[in-house]
Design a protein around this ligand. Structure first.
Ligand SMILES: [Zn+2]
Length: 309
């Protein structure tokens, strides 16, 4: 069982958008694994949501990702189907192959038509539009000019939606997130959405506590063609969002961003064979948001990593 709250909002048409996700697992802690390769910065997906040793976590596809075309994508579980392909694979295919929502429609429809997939919601965002793909035995696409939100059920007109896989508070979280997102005007206010305890310190709130805990909060912010990936390990109400600027033309800076990411797992970084980048030691750039971040030239590696604080 996993709860997740996902969504996206265009802040300035043709220029700026946010995409966000709170990842809630039936375990208190989780260590993300990054994939950085071929113009993609991604957090791997997993189906090992319950508590177990990290050695046996099973990764497949992407949970949230952004690419060098400025397309961002994330997903949430609705219903696992034994023997079916994981919807995280669809999220991976979208960021690896697509520049637009039109591209994503083609990729997802083709994939789901060809092979059964577990049911999920996938949010795709570009600076031009946002969309949600409801993946079931078929695909429904909801294209929106401003914002979209999903949790762990499929939106259906005219009757109460079904909630599967023991998801908690899916309808409550959906309604709160949709209402709060309407007021969001910048990154700080979307952090407040991810910290929301509107239904108390439990799994009914977007910041989930209890049996289902928010193990990571994420915000992808694209503005003026610059990409910043914000990640918070643990509940966003108590954790700190670390901001990682992603320059897809500078693979060394991507490497440094991967090293500064809040996880103890080693990122999976793959460069082209002829790329030459000097190995540098791990740099601790995890400066909490809210502090004044002025990196001097002396802190050259921090400068390179461009961790905004
Ligand atoms: Zn909280």
């Amino acid at each position: 069982m996993s709860n997740c709250t996902i969504g996206a909002k265009i802040l300035s048409a043709g220029n700026e958008f946010l995409l966000f996700k709170n990842k809630d697992f039936r375990r208190k802690n989780f260590e993300d694994r990054l994939v950085i390769r071929n113009g993609v910065f991604a957090v791997e997906g997993t189906e090992s949501w319950v508590d177990r040793s990290v050695e046996v976590d099973v990764f497949s596809g992407f949970s949230i990702a952004v690419n060098s075309s400025g397309l961002a994508c994330c997903d949430s579980n609705v219903k696992m189907k034994p023997g079916a392909k994981n919807y995280d694979i669809l999220t991976q295919e979208i960021v690896e192959k697509c520049k637009s929502v039109d591209d994503a429609v083609n990729v997802v429809e083709k994939a789901v038509h060809a092979q059964p997939h577990s049911w999920g919601n996938i949010v795709v965002a570009t600076k031009h539009e946002v969309a949600t793909f409801q993946v079931a035995d078929w695909v429904e696409v909801f294209r929106e000019p401003v914002q979209t939100v999903r949790t762990n059920h499929h939106i259906e007109e005219g009757r109460r939606p079904m909630v599967y896989d023991g998801a908690v508070g899916s309808i409550k979280r959906y309604e709160v997130a949709r209402r709060l997102l309407e007021k969001v005007k910048d990154v700080d206010s979307v952090f407040d959405v991810l910290r929301s305890h509107e239904h108390g310190l439990n799994g009914f709130s977007i910041c989930s506590h209890g049996t289902l805990s928010t193990v990571y909060g994420y915000v992808v912010h694209v503005k003026n063609n610059r990409v910043v990936f914000h990640a918070c390990r643990g509940n966003p109400c108590v954790g700190k969002f670390v901001a990682l600027s992603l320059d897809f033309d500078d693979e060394e800076s991507l490497r440094m961003a991967g090293q500064a990411y809040p996880s103890r797992r080693r990122p999976q970084i793959r460069y082209s064979a002829n790329a030459r980048f000097p190995l540098k030691s791990r740099v601790n750039c995890l400066v909490p948001l809210g502090t004044v971040g002025k990196f001097s030239q002396k802190e050259g590696s921090c400068e390179k990593t461009r961790v905004y604080c």
